[in-house]
Design a protein around this ligand. Structure first.
Ligand code: SF4
Length: 499
C-alpha cells in the first residue's frame, strides 16, 4: 500500500504521529469489516481507514468513550434477551453465532432463531429505547449488514428483528425481560435498504483495500460537531482555537472562510460577517485579551441574594434500570456538593453521597436540612439541576414545594460566559472545564481520579459493590470531584467580583 503524507512544521507532535503511522500502514494485510466498522464507514470512510490501518494511533476521545458505553450497555441488555429466549423453553435459538466471508465480512449475530417451517430469524439487540435511523446509530443498516454477512456466508435470513428497551418500563423487583424488551419487526425496512447496503458494503471493502493519504479530510468544510476524534491528525496545521471554535458557526460561514484560506482566528477579516458572540471571540484572540461587558456582569452579580448556595448534582443512569422505581437511561441523583457563601465572605461546605443502592430519598432530606429558605442557588448549566429537581418533585410529592422553590431561586453562572465574559482561550466552549483553567489557573481537575460526570457515574456503581476499603477510596474520589465542581464556581464568582 502506498501512503502519501504531508508533515507539519508547526506541529511536531502531529508530525511524529504521522511518521509513526507510516510504519504501521506499510505493514497492512487482510482487514475485517464488522457492522460497527461499516457504520463508521458510512459516517466517514477515512476515519475507518485510519482506525483499521493504524488502530494504535487512532485518537480515542469523547466519541470513543461514548461508543464504549454503548457497547457495554448492549451486553447488559443481551443478558436479558438470552434469559427471555431460554425461559421460553421451546425456542430453537443460538447466541453470538459467527459468520465470516472470504472477502473480510465478519458478523457475530446476537440471536439466530430457527422458526417452524424451516425459516430463520435474526435478532439485533440494542440498548436504546427506539429503532434509530440517524447517521451515527443507524440500526437498520446495522441489522442489514448482519443479514448480508450471514447470507453471503451461506445462511439465509427470513426475518429481522431489533430488540430494544421499552422507555416506559419501570423496574419493580427482579427485572422482567418481557416487559423491559421490545421486539420490533424490521424485516421489510431492512429489505428496502438491502440492495443499497450491499453496494455500500462492497464499496467499504474496496475503500479499505485501496490507497489513501493523510492530507486533510472532508470535515474541513464542516462544523466541529461533525468532526471525529481524528480531525487533528488529518489536519495538523489547524490551530487551536481556530474558526471551528467560533460559537454556533454555521457550515456556510466555514466554507466561506476556508475559500478565503482563513483557518486561524488571527486571519479572520474585520469585515467578514459574524454573530456578535463570534466577533467577540475573534477580537479576544486578536487582542490577546478577554472581552468583558462589566455592566452586564455587575447586573448579574447584583441580582444574586445571599447566602449564595453553589450547588451541583452527580447522577447515575443505566440502560438496564438498576433500582426499583427507575427506568432505562433515567437519571437519579446520588450525590451533591454545596458551598454556602455568606455576605461577609465566610464559606461553608456541605455534601452528601449515597453509599447504598438506594433512591435519593435520604439525599433530598439532607438537601432540605442544608439549604435555607432564602438566597440564590448558583449552578453551572442549570437546566440539568432543574430537570433533576422536577423529576424528584414527581417522585416525592411531599418535597414538591421545596424543590420548585430551589428552581425558582436558581441562577446559571455559565450564562455570564456566553456573552459577557468571552475569551478565545475557552476554545469556543462555556463548559466549566474550559473556563476554570483560564480564569482560575490555580484550580484544575487534572489531579483528580474522577474528572467528569461519566466517570463519576461509573465510579459510583463500582463503589456500591466494592469491599469496604475500596469503597471508601472511591467515595473519597467522588467527594473530591463534586467538591471541586462547586468550589470552582465559588472561585469563578469571586473572580467576577474582582473585575
Ligand atoms: S474529521 Fe470528519 S472527515 Fe475527517 S476523518 Fe473525522 S469524520 Fe472523517
Amino acid at each position: 500500500m502506498f501512503l502519501r503524507t504531508q508533515t507539519s512544521a508547526g506541529n511536531p507532535n502531529a508530525r511524529d504521529s504521522l511518521l509513526n503511522l507510516w510504519g504501521h500502514i506499510l505493514c497492512l494485510s487482510y482487514m475485517q469489516l464488522t457492522k460497527t466498522d461499516f457504520i463508521q464507514y458510512l459516517n466517514c470512510p477515512k476515519s475507518l481507514w485510519l482506525l483499521k490501518t493504524a488502530p494504535d494511533h487512532y485518537p480515542h476521545g469523547e466519541f470513543s468513550t461514548f461508543m464504549q458505553k454503548l457497547v457495554r450497555e448492549g451486553y447488559e441488555v443481551e443478558h436479558y434477551v438470552k434469559q427471555l429466549f431460554e425461559s421460553a423453553g421451546d425456542r430453537d435459538a443460538s447466541f453470538q453465532a459467527v459468520f465470516e466471508t472470504d472477502d473480510g465480512l465478519f458478523a457475530r449475530v446476537d440471536v439466530l432463531e430457527k422458526m417452524s417451517g424451516g425459516t430463520t430469524a435474526l435478532y439485533e439487540v440494542k440498548s436504546s429505547t427506539s429503532v434509530k435511523t440517524d447517521a451515527k446509530h443507524n440500526h437498520l443498516k446495522d441489522a442489514c449488514f448482519q443479514k448480508i454477512c450471514a447470507e453471503r456466508a451461506g445462511q439465509s435470513i427470513d426475518g429481522v428483528f431489533l430488540v430494544h428497551l421499552n422507555g416506559e418500563y419501570v423496574r419493580d423487583g427482579e427485572i422482567d425481560p418481557s416487559a423491559m424488551l421490545v421486539f420490533a419487526d424490521i424485516t421489510e425496512a431492512v429489505d428496502d435498504v438491502l440492495a443499497e447496503t450491499s453496494a455500500e458494503i462492497d464499496a467499504a471493502l474496496a475503500f479499505l483495500a485501496s490507497d489513501h493519504d493523510m492530507n486533510g479530510c472532508s470535515c474541513t468544510e464542516k462544523t466541529r460537531a461533525n468532526h471525529c476524534d481524528a480531525f487533528s491528525l488529518f489536519n495538523p496545521t489547524v490551530p487551536t482555537p481556530s474558526i471551528y471554535s467560533l460559537p454556533f458557526i454555521r457550515q456556510n460561514k466555514i466554507r466561506d472562510l476556508r475559500a478565503m484560506k482563513v483557518v486561524g482566528l488571527d486571519e479572520v477579516p474585520g469585515e467578514f460577517t459574524l454573530s456578535d458572540n463570534q466577533r467577540l471571540v475573534v477580537e479576544s484572540f486578536q487582542h490577546n485579551a478577554p472581552k468583558i461587558n462589566e455592566a452586564a456582569i455587575q447586573r448579574f452579580l447584583s441580582g444574586l441574594s445571599f447566602p449564595l448556595y453553589f450547588f451541583d448534582y452527580e447522577t447515575y443512569s443505566a440502560a438496564v434500570p438498576y433500582l426499583d422505581g427507575t427506568g432505562p437511561h433515567k437519571h437519579f441523583p446520588v450525590q451533591y456538593s454545596l458551598h454556602v457563601l455568606e455576605a461577609d465572605g465566610s464559606l461553608d461546605h456541605k455534601e452528601y453521597l449515597e453509599r447504598e443502592a438506594r433512591l435519593p430519598d435520604r439525599l433530598v432530606a439532607r438537601m432540605q436540612e442544608d439549604i435555607g429558605p432564602t438566597g440564590s442557588i448558583v449552578s453551572w448549566h442549570k437546566s440539568f439541576e432543574e430537570t433533576r429537581n422536577r423529576e424528584l418533585a414527581k417522585r416525592y410529592p411531599d418535597k414538591t414545594d421545596f424543590l420548585n422553590d430551589l428552581n425558582d431561586r436558581m441562577v446559571d453562572l455559565e450564562d455570564v460566559f456566553k456573552s459577557d465574559y468571552v475569551d478565545a482561550r475557552f476554545d469556543g466552549s462555556t463548559s466549566i472545564k474550559k473556563v476554570l483553567p483560564v480564569v482560575c489557573p490555580h484550580l484544575d481537575y487534572k489531579e483528580l481520579v474522577v474528572q467528569d460526570g461519566a466517570s463519576a457515574m461509573e465510579a459510583w456503581r463500582r463503589m456500591i459493590d466494592a469491599p469496604p476499603d475500596e469503597a471508601e477510596k472511591i467515595a473519597s474520589d467522588l467527594l473530591s470531584y463534586c467538591r471541586l465542581d462547586t468550589f470552582a464556581m465559588v472561585e469563578i464568582y469571586r473572580f467576577l467580583e474582582s473585575i
